[in-house]
Design a protein around this ligand. Structure first.
Ligand code: ADP
Ligand code: SR1
Ligand code: MG
Length: 440
């Protein structure tokens, strides 16, 4: 046990813990004699146990103070568990159909007890590797993202509510720093943790490290987007009038933008699915950040799945079409649902766009359109960054890892990399998802 009372539980000590914790015992129907406990953590960071009694089941997730994928040499704040529990509860309130309920949280042990998402649910990424179609996926994911992002943004919240929520999630700083490192920095420099399908992609990885245009773009996505907007302005300085023909607009991005409470790690292994159910888990990377980071993570991972399909043995032609349709539907449905929520609450508490100023119909449509195109360009940039990091960074994806032949795998990875590089550089040239897809 450490001085703060933290200790790592195992299957044996977990039984004692459950027995002494009423909220967990009651979800197991208080039948605690023959519990079946199995550690199923296949993620990169934590330990996850499925606990089954004759009359119920729960999932127990414990964060340890390091990155599980690497080991104790890479320390990581176990306090991430507090933010995961807080975000899960908030997201469950906003979207109960698609987020598991939290039954119990122990801050000292960094331990969450939650609904066990029962079989036949599987991790979406596994379904994408085996070629399974999920007809309601786009509908459900757009619903999750529209609700969780809209209701935690300043479009709905008052400034006081929004600022206090932003302040609370600023505490998840170590996790934000990890994303800054592994998504926006390491793939663009030499790092001991980077890996790729070598020697096939040696040249591709080096090309990324030497690509100045790409580095400018990723800096903008990480920190801020600088737009040189042509216009004429007058300004008064030291008693002299100046005239300038341009104004620099600084649009904040991943590190500096507090647009909404984002999930922060919304890849296809953070989603569990059946044909008619979609459950979003694992928001330990949550903080107030740009909405496009979530939408981009999900869509970027679908693109990774798309590019991996050619590496599998069976014919995946129609499956690839299904993935592309799902990408397109996800964005179009998100756009529709998000703007409907905004319309519904246009004279609500949100302090970003006051109804009094924007009630003119034409103006209202214009500000919405500007806002949504901003989110769209963000999501394309973040999708690209997420794709690149999964091919030349520390943590890879099963979509490609399951292609055993390295020459075949690297062919698929290279096509994904080339697409992602183009997308990051040219994202502002796209105005709708159909145009993006036509490039694929
Ligand atoms: P990590 O934070 O380490 O990435 P995850 O939250 O992704 O861990 O969980 C790891 C695995 O545990 C998932 O891939 C899934 O199989 C299982 N799992 C996690 N949460 C649940 C849940 N609520 N119900 C059922 N299985 C779960
Ligand atoms: C060391 S990087 C581990 C990765 O796993 C998580 O799922 C996040 O995506 C993180 O970047
Ligand atoms: Mg995970």
């Amino acid at each position: 046990m450490t001085t703060d009372g933290f200790r790592v539980l195992d299957e044996k000590s977990l039984i004692e813990y459950i027995k002494s914790t009423p909220s967990l015992a009651s979800n197991l129907g208080h039948e605690l004699i023959n519990l079946k406990i199995k550690e199923v953590g296949d993620g990169n960071l934590n330990f996850v146990y499925i606990v089954i009694s004759p009359s119920g089941s729960v999932v127990i997730k414990q964060a340890v103070p390091y990155v599980r994928l690497i080991g104790e040499t890479w320390p990581l704040a176990k306090e991430r568990s507090y933010f995961e529990a807080t975000a899960l509860k908030r997201q469950h309130e906003l979207c109960p159909k698609h987020v598991p309920e939290v039954y119990h949280f122990d801050r000292t042990l960094s331990l969450i007890g939650m609904r066990c998402i029962e079989p036949p649910h599987i991790i979406l990424k596994k379904g994408l590797v085996s070629g399974e179609k999920y007809p309601l996926l786009a509908e459900h994911m757009s619903e999750f993202m529209a609700n969780t992002l809209f209701y935690t943004s300043l479009l709905y919240l008052t400034t006081t509510q929004h600022k206090s929520a932003v302040a609370e999630f600023c505490g998840n700083v170590e996790i934000c720093r990890l994303t800054e490192q592994v998504v926006f920095s390491d793939p663009y420099k030499i790092s001991e943790h980077n890996r790729w399908t070598s020697p096939y992609l040696d040249g591709d990885a080096e090309a990324i490290r030497n690509d100045k245009e790409l580095k400018v773009e990723v800096a903008e996505l990480k920190s801020m987007y600088i737009l040189n907007q042509p216009c004429f302005i007058f300004f008064f300085f030291f008693n002299i009038f100046y005239i300038s023909h341009s104004i620099i607009l600084k649009l904040l991005k991943f590190c500096e933008r507090t647009q909404a409470l984002i999930h922060g790690d919304l890849h296809t292994s953070s989603v569990m699915v059946t044909q008619d159910s979609t459950q979003v888990i694992d928001p330990e990377f949550s903080f107030y950040g740009p909405m496009g980071f979530d939408i981009g993570a999900f869509i970027g991972n679908l693109f990774l799945a798309y590019f991996a399909q050619d590496g599998y043995a069976d014919d995946r032609k129609t499956y690839k079409e299904w993935i592309i349709n799902t990408i397109s539907e996800t964005w179009n449905l998100f756009h529709k649902k998000f703007t409907s929520l905004w319309d519904k609450h246009k004279d609500g508490p949100g302090e970003a766009y006051l109804h009094e100023i924007y009630k003119d119909t034409e103006l209202w449509e214009l500000v919405k359109q500007k806002y949504m195109i901003g989110v769209f360009h963000d999501l394309l940039g973040f999708a690209a960054a997420k794709m690149i990091r999964r091919i030349v960074g520390v943590a890879h994806v099963e979509d490609f890892e399951s292609i055993v032949n390295p020459a075949k795998r690297s062919d698929c990875e290279r096509r994904a990399l080339d697409f992602a590089k183009m997308l990051m550089k040219k994202r502002r040239n796209f105005n709708n998802i159909t145009d993006v897809i036509s490039v694929v």
